[in-house]
Design a protein around this ligand. Structure first.
Ligand code: ADP
Ligand code: MG
Length: 620
């Protein structure tokens, strides 16, 4: 079959997106290949189609277990024999999967990069007929990138075991530095490099200085009608801003990672169906959502970095109609982002202290590797040793990505099922169980995701009280309770204090230094107003251009022609004095800067006079 036939047979699509076809040809022609395509550009097909065409197994290295499972399910549903191996599977299952790979029963095998550390796995793999190695999210190999995964460095060793096998590396974000690092660390040989342009003709990138973000948000939402996403820093702000918008007559909703699965699906669905709804969200929103008619994307806090910013704004205008990205910026944003960053940042001392407390709590001796599955109550652990809970969580996550530990129940939410009947006497006069019954339909039948913090808020109790009560009910067999604060894990390597104080700390520190640099690059992007925003963004990804976009705030402010006349403004003020907001709304189609400049000009010319803080009247 040709790639095109495979595309229509299995996916039912009739044409390739540029440059999918070239990438696939390059792979089929046995070149090492690097593909840099924005999110949603269709990278997966670039290895899935060759996998179907080539004889032998395509090994896909992918960093996110959740995404891996999605992809595998999706391919299986199309009748393509696909499997994955993660730490969650037991050795027998893994053995069986590898048998199937060896006997050509499986076309695609997804594995995490850490899997390549297992000698047993490598030994078994060497007996498999491998056709292609696909490295998804290849920027994870870069120590300077935002998702560095040390295990990616092992990929080049695999390739030495299979000198004939070609590599296809795929990523959405690659600065020149990262691109070079991918080629070097994956040991790509004379790779063909494909890069689709970052340019989106119908999208403009804007930064507006804002001292009152809420009222500026309203101003711009009135100016740009239609569906919108407003990205904010934390959960609390999602409630606050969406309520504020609703109070001002907008159709708004909020979204964040701690919602239950049902709530998320409902909110996403309703937003996708609507032409006017504004969703106020943390950066949890948008992955895998393909809504065509998003007219505007707002940021009201400093975005996490230029990579993230470009992707978030990119959710606007998929229908190719004019759309805007607007960052309502204030110099305070940088100061705030820096202080939040520093507040949760463990120092070297904190880092070592947390590791010592952990081993002492679990009673693990130097050099010892236990087989025990531990259970650790993170808030209690932090309290007992006087540690900052956020730092502890960061530390544990870090150990998990480094495969020092293997976390068993990583989940954003706790789940509960009530095990007694709805009429049971034990439910009577119990506020917590009543609450669960009222807010989580179906909780008698199946496990429901719940939020202890929302419960605590609604019932005026502390999260600790709620958890204690729930654990009591669990112990007396009233409920099933999987508590997300109870971390279950085991160690994969023996305790090695020197590693913690030297190598691991250094690794951790270098990740943090890169996060810091990313924050600074983003702040620079927002603070400067001399270079076209689009040029600056693209320059960051090394797509250098001499052309200004002509429509970002920087370009507009440089344009000489004014499409807004002082006569109209004077006419408007003739009727009666007006507030600044009234004036801005009246001339919605003109750039705000121009109006403000015109007002200042008329004041200087003694044509109008400011009254109070923000009103103007005509001088007769
Ligand atoms: P990426 O990994 O680059 O972010 P995906 O591979 O997840 O992108 O693809 C994004 C979406 O585009 C998927 O829903 C996929 O089915 C769709 N897609 C990919 N290629 C095509 C194509 N040639 N025609 C239509 N849709 C496509
Ligand atoms: Mg992808």
């Amino acid at each position: 079959m040709t790639p095109k036939e495979v595309l229509s047979k299995y996916w039912n699509y009739n044409s390739f997106k540029n440059p999918q076809e070239d990438i696939i040809s390059s792979v089929l022609n046995e070149n090492d290949t690097l593909a840099i395509l924005p999110t949603g550009g269709g990278k997966s097909l670039c290895y899935q189609i060759p996998a179907i065409i080539l004889d032998g197994l395509t090994l896909v290295i992918s960093p996110l277990i959740a995404l891996m499972k999605d992809q595998v399910q999706n391919l299986q549903s199309k009748g393509i024999s696909t499997s994955y191996i993660t730490n969650e599977l037991d050795q027998n299952v893994i053995g069986k999967i590898l048998d199937d790979c060896q006997s050509h029963k499986i076309k695609l095998l997804y594995v995490s990069p850490e899997r390549l550390q297992s000698k047993l796995f490598i030994e078994r793999l060497s007996m498999v007929d491998i056709a292609l190695i696909a490295v998804d999210e290849a920027h994870c190999v870069s120590e300077w990138g935002h998702d560095f995964r040390p295990a990616y460095h092992r990929i080049s060793r695999i390739r030495h075991l299979f000198p004939k096998v070609k590599i296809l590396a795929l990523t959405a974000t690659a600065t020149e530095k990262i691109q070079n690092e991918i080629v070097e660390k994956l040991d790509l040989k004379e790779p063909s490099i494909f890069k689709s342009s970052l340019k989106r003709e119908n999208l403009s990138y804007n930064v507006f200085l804002s001292s009152d973000k809420k009222s500026d948000l309203i101003y711009f939402l009135k100016k740009y009608h239609g569906s919108s996403i407003v990205f904010v820093r934390n959960r609390k702000l999602t409630y606050e801003i969406s309520n504020f918008l609703i109070d001002n007559g907008f159709d708004a909703d909020y979204f964040h990672a701690k919602l239950t699965k049902e709530e998320k699906e409902k909110k996403q669905y309703e937003w996708t169906q609507s032409n006017s709804r504004i969703i106020v969200s943390t950066n949890a929103f948008g992955m895998g959502i393909d809504k065509p008619n998003v007219r505007s994307v707002f940021h009201i806090d400093l975005p996490n970095g230029i990579e993230a910013y470009y992707q978030e704004v990119g959710r606007a205008g998929r229908d190719n109609k004019e759309s805007v990205g607007i960052y309502l910026f204030n110099p305070e944003d940088r100061i705030q982002a820096e202080s939040i960053f520093k507040a949760n940042l463990p120092s070297e001392n904190d880092f070592i202290k947390i590791s010592n407390c952990l081993f002492s709590q679990l009673q693990i001796a130097e050099g010892e590797l236990t087989e025990i599955n531990y259970q650790l109550d993170l808030p209690k652990f932090a309290e007992k040793f006087g540690l900052n809970l956020k730092m502890v969580i960061q530390f544990i996550d870090f150990l998990n990505t480094k495969e020092i530990i293997q976390q068993k129940n990583y989940s954003q939410n706790s789940t509960i099922r009530i095990k007694v009947s709805p009429h049971s006497a034990s439910l009577e006069n119990n506020r917590i169980l009543e609450y669960l019954q009222r807010h989580y339909p179906g909780i008698f039948v199946q496990n429901r995701e719940v939020s202890e913090s929302k419960m605590a808020f609604d019932l005026h109790l502390s999260i600790g009280d709620i958890r204690n009560a729930l654990h009591d009910y669990f112990n007396t067999d009233l409920i099933d309770y999987s508590d997300r604060f109870l971390m279950r894990f085991r160690f994969l390597v023996p305790r090695n204090s020197t590693a913690f104080t030297k190598k691991l700390w250094k690794d951790f520190e270098s990740i943090q230094i890169n996060n810091w640099k990313r924050l600074q690059a983003m702040a620079y992007y927002a603070e400067q107003n001399a270079i076209c925003r689009e040029r600056l963004l693209f320059g960051y990804f090394n797509q250098k251009t001499d052309e200004n976009c002509g429509k970002c705030d920087v370009c507009i402010s440089k344009q000489k022609t004014v499409d807004f006349s002082s006569i109209e403004l004077i006419d408007y003020l003739k009727e009666q004095p007006r507030t600044q907001n009234e004036i801005l709304l009246k001339f919605l189609n003109s750039p705000k800067e121009k109006i403000l400049a015109e007002l200042q000009f008329l004041i200087d010319e003694l044509k109008i006079q400011p009254i109070g803080l923000d009103s103007y009247k005509l001088i007769e």
